[in-house]
Write a new protein. Structure first.
Lengths: 454, 64
């Protein structure tokens, strides 16, 4: 598919006076969309027992309510970003939101288990189209400088708090209304985003080009296999046949993808993005950061629900201090960044996160929420805000407009792979330690608190 | 659980060390200055302009 003439969409008048209100609304629309996509990874988790009862899921198949979304989302991200570059970011963003809306509606109306799994795949496809283009639209709307800093702080905060907000809202809806509303809740949000986006978000020009179809297929298959491998490793172990097969497929196909991209005239991912050492370092740090963050969500929720006997809703509410910490520190970071530069803030943020994690290693059966969980959550939340803003700025900064969709995709892919990788590694560590200590196999861990994007 | 949190602490500890030893501190004011307020507001209302006319490369805060 190729395009010849660049077109503009949704631009009122290129010479119109500055309209800060318009860009602020655009920011709200973009961040609301991202929040919807992020919280969807956890909002369903709380409802899994009800879903299992209502749609007669087997325990094995129930995991596919989560996996279907994760794999479709992770596998199609690079393709979604590249499609935005060529077809128009606003257009692909809107299509993604509409697909997400339809899939959420279908999921809420599902009467059979396969319908819900199919709807979750649809949600993943919609999210893969919307998420990287939302970030690309944000960077196009806010050029490098203080305003981009603030916009990315809001973006980073939405990513950080989405997981815990999903748990809270999921718990409320499941407890007070029905599991179906964890799907229906997306309908009005997606409708609002889809209808407001063309009015308030200006679409950058399309970059004439064509799809590198072979590269796109390789990226989709390779990433899907990689994400599935990590999912399988966390549930069935690293030596499981299917785990090893998935990783083998991922390695082979992603290696082919690299070869294809080096030869492609218009690659899905310009290799300059990953061969640039400073940007590769940023991706690595994001990967580690998200991998660590997933453990905060996953294991702390396990502790709250299984040791402190918190309900799902109460466990979600217990994460509120961390969410507030992320929002406050992300906002403060945008103010301090111009004065101090990123390094001291990132060092302080990483030190806070490390301290919070070390504090959490002291959890025991006698630990209470206030004495042993609240403090680490606050430390970690404050640290995450300080780290994520400079890392996000670095990941999408200094990229040519032609490649901003690919750069945004790479950042979201990094977060997605980081959460899957982090969970797989940490569940393995937990399982090994538990077997040695008290013969608690990793299967004892429930997977219902798994935020796949942070 | 302590072992999992220890590994997670090592992840963020790694982030700390990498930032400490390899990150060059450069305030993003330079990047902001590269874009004048007028450019910024014009680009906000019409990003197509900002995308078609390459601005001077803004110094990335972490590039050597």
């Amino acid at each position: 598919m190729s395009t010849t003439a660049p077109v503009q969409q949704g631009v009122d008048d290129p010479g119109s006076p500055p309209d800060e209100r318009r860009s602020n609304i655009a920011l709200i629309v973009i961040v609301a969309c991202q929040l919807m996509l992020v919280l969807d990874a956890t909002i369903v988790n709380v409802a899994l027992p009800d879903i299992q009862g209502a749609l007669d899921f087997s325990p094995t198949n129930l995991a596919w309510v989560l996996n279907a979304y994760t794999i479709a989302f992770g596998g199609l991200l690079l393709l979604g970003g590249r499609a935005g570059d060529i077809l128009g970011r606003l257009r692909v963003f809107q299509v993604g939101v509409v697909v997400f809306f339809l899939a959420s509606l279908a999921g809420g109306l599902a009467t059979e288990s396969w319908m819900l799994v199919a709807a979750r795949v649809g949600q993943g496809i919609g999210a893969a189209a919307a998420s990287p283009n939302a970030l690309a639209l944000l960077t196009a709307t806010f050029p490098e400088g203080p305003r981009r800093m603030k916009a990315l702080a809001a973006w980073a905060a939405a990513n950080g708090v989405g997981g815990s907000i999903g748990l809270i809202i999921g718990g409320m809806l499941t407890t007070w209304v029905s599991w179906r509303w964890v799907m229906f809740i997306n309908v009005p949000i997606a409708l609002a985003v889809a209808s407001l986006a063309p009015r308030f978000i200006s679409s950058p020009r399309r970059n004439p080009g064509r799809f590198d179809a072979v590269g796109a297929v390789a990226a989709t298959v390779g990433l899907s296999a990689l994400v599935y491998g990590f999912i399988r490793a966390s549930s069935d172990g690293w030596s499981d046949t299917l785990t090893l097969t998935s990783f083998a497929v991922a390695v082979v196909v992603l290696a082919m993808f690299v070869v294809i991209e080096t030869r492609a005239s218009q690659p899905v991912v310009p290799l300059s993005l990953v061969t640039d050492l400073s940007r590769a370092r940023t991706y690595t740090l994001l990967l580690m950061m998200v991998g660590s963050m997933i453990s905060m969500f996953f294991f702390t929720t396990q502790f709250l629900q299984e040791v402190l006997d918190f309900s799902a809703l109460r466990a979600g509410l217990a994460f509120l201090p961390m969410s507030v910490g992320i929002m406050v520190s992300a906002q403060r970071t945008t103010k301090l960044l111009p004065r101090l530069g990123p390094k001291p803030l990132m060092l302080f943020g990483a030190a806070l996160c490390t301290s919070g994690m070390i504090w959490l290693t002291q959890l025991s059966e006698d630990t209470g929420y206030a004495s042993g969980v609240l403090g680490p959550m606050l430390l970690f939340g404050l640290g995450v805000g300080m780290l994520m803003v400079p890392l996000s700025l670095s990941a999408v900064g200094g990229v040519s407009p032609r490649e901003s969709g690919a750069a945004s995709s790479m950042m979201v892919v990094t977060q997605q792979v980081g959460s899957s990788l982090g969970l797989a590694v940490l569940v393995t560590v937990y399982g090994t330690a538990s077997r040695h200590a008290a013969e608690h196999p990793p299967a004892g861990l429930r997977r219902r608190t798994w935020p796949t994007t942070c | 659980m302590a072992s999992a949190f220890t590994v997670a602490a090592a992840f963020v500890g790694f982030v700390f060390l990498v930032v400490l030893f390899t990150w060059r501190n450069q305030r993003p004011q330079a990047a902001a200055a590269a874009t004048s307020p007028a450019d910024e507001t014009r680009a906000a209302s019409s990003p197509s302009t900002a995308e078609m006319v390459p601005r001077p490369a803004a110094p990335d805060e972490n590039r050597p």
